[in-house]
Design a protein around this ligand. Structure first.
Ligand SMILES: [Zn+2]
Length: 332
C-alpha cells in the first residue's frame, strides 16, 4: 500500500517539531527504578559533542569548548582534566551508560556552561578564611609545621596577588587568634562577601603516602558527602549555602583546576562535604585543602616560601577565573 502523501508529510512535520521542542526543553532524561538519569549519548547530543572510548572503562565526549571524561561504574568525572566526584556512579541503564540527573544539573552543567549559572553572582568583595588559629592549631607536619600558620601565610599571599589585579579582598582573621566556625561565616556576611574561600591543609595522620590537593563543595540535600558514600542515613536538610549550589561548584572547579596547574600536585579532585563554613556561607563558597602536611613531599612544598607562593598563585588564579566567569555571565 502506498502511504498517503499528506499523512506522511504530517508525520515528518510532527517529528521535526518534537525534535526542536526537546532541543529547547533541555537534555532528555530516562527513568529507571524510580530514579532519573541522563544517558551519556543523550548528553553528547545535547552538547553537540563527539564520543570516543579511549579505554575499556573510559568514555570521553568533546566539543570545541569542553572535554568530559567518565569512568564506567565510578563516581569520577574529569572535566577539562580536573577530577570531580559525582554523587552517584555512572551506571548502565538499559543498554546505555548514564549519569544521575542531579549530577548532570548540579555538577556537569554549571562547570560546562558557567556563564548560564552566574548571572546573579557578585564580584565586588572576596573573603578569604585562613583555617584554624590561636588555640586551634589544626593539623601538624612531622617537622611541626602548623596548619594555622600555613593557612594564614597562604591567605595573605593570595590577598596580595588579587589586590595587585585590583580585586577587593578581606580576611576573616589577620593574626594568630581563635575564631569560631560560625563567626567566620558571620564575618563574611558583615563584609558583604561575594565569595568565600576557606583555606586549609590536610593530614592523613600516620599514613605518610596520601598527598595532593583537594577542594570541597557543599554537599546537596539528600545526597552523601563524597567521603562517606553509601554510609548511614542520608542528610536531607537544605543549608543556607545550598542557595549557591551552581556557583559553589564553579568556584571550586576554577580553584582546583588552577591550583593543580600552578603546583603540579596530585589532583585529588573536587569532593562534596558538609563543613560548617560551607553550610552557613552567606555567598558562594569553597574549602581548599592545599596539601597533606603528613606527606614528606607535600610538607616540603609547604615549608618552602616559594612552594607556598605557587599554591597562593593557583588559588588566586582560580578566584580570578571565577570572577571572569561572573563578568561574562553578566555581559551576556
Ligand atoms: Zn583545617
Amino acid at each position: 500500500m502506498r502511504p498517503n502523501k499528506t499523512a506522511l508529510l504530517f508525520v515528518i512535520g510532527l517529528a521535526a517539531v518534537l525534535t526542536a521542542a526537546s532541543a529547547f526543553a533541555g537534555v532528555r532524561t530516562v527513568t529507571s527504578r524510580g530514579k532519573s538519569y541522563v544517558t551519556l549519548s543523550g548528553m553528547a547530543n545535547y552538547y553537540g559533542m563527539s564520543v570516543t572510548q579511549p579505554a575499556k572503562t573510559r568514555i570521553r565526549m568533546q566539543n570545541k569548548y569542553n572535554k568530559i571524561e567518565f569512568e564506567t561504574d565510578s563516581r569520577s568525572v574529569w572535566i577539562n582534566g580536573t577530577l570531580i566526584a559525582l554523587n552517584e556512579p555512572v551506571r548502565k541503564v538499559g543498554w546505555s551508560w548514564a549519569v544521575d540527573t542531579t549530577d548532570f544539573n548540579k555538577t556537569i552543567e554549571p562547570v560546562s556552561r558557567p556563564s548560564e549559572f552566574l548571572k546573579t553572582a557578585g564580584t565586588r568583595t572576596v573573603v578569604l578564611d585562613p583555617g584554624h588559629g590561636g588555640d586551634d592549631k589544626g593539623a601538624s607536619s612531622p617537622r611541626n609545621l602548623q596548619e594555622k600558620a600555613v593557612t594564614l601565610d597562604v591567605a595573605k599571599r593570595v590577598k596580595a596577588k588579587l589586590e595587585s589585579r585590583g580585586i577587593n579582598v578581606e580576611l576573616t582573621r589577620e593574626a594568630d587568634r581563635n575564631l569560631e566556625l560560625d563567626a567566620r561565616c558571620r564575618k563574611a556576611g558583615a563584609l558583604r562577601a561575594d565569595l568565600l574561600v576557606s583555606i586549609h591543609a590536610n593530614s592523613a595522620g600516620k599514613n605518610r603516602n596520601v598527598r595532593g590537593a583537594e577542594t570541597f563543595v557543599l554537599a546537596l540535600p539528600g545526597r552523601y558527602s563524597s567521603n562517606s558514600y553509601g554510609g548511614g542515613k542520608l542528610p536531607t536538610a537544605t543549608n543556607t549555602g545550598n542557595r549557591y549550589d551552581a556557583a559553589n561548584m564553579i568556584l571550586s572547579y576554577r580553584i582546583q583546576q588552577n591550583l593543580i596547574k600552578a603546583t603540579g600536585q596530585e589532583d585529588r579532585g573536587i569532593k562534596r562535604a558538609r563543613f560548617e563554613v560551607l553550610r552557613d556561607a552567606p555567598c558562594p563558597a569553597t574549602l581548599v585543602e592545599m596539601a597533606f602536611l603528613s606527606n614528606p613531599k607535600d610538607e616540603s612544598i609547604v615549608m618552602d616560601p616559594a612552594g607556598r607562593d605557587r599554591i597562593a598563585r593557583g588559588i588566586a588564579d582560580g578566584i580570578a577565573a571565577y570572577l571572569s566567569d561572573v563578568s561574562r555571565a553578566k555581559a551576556k
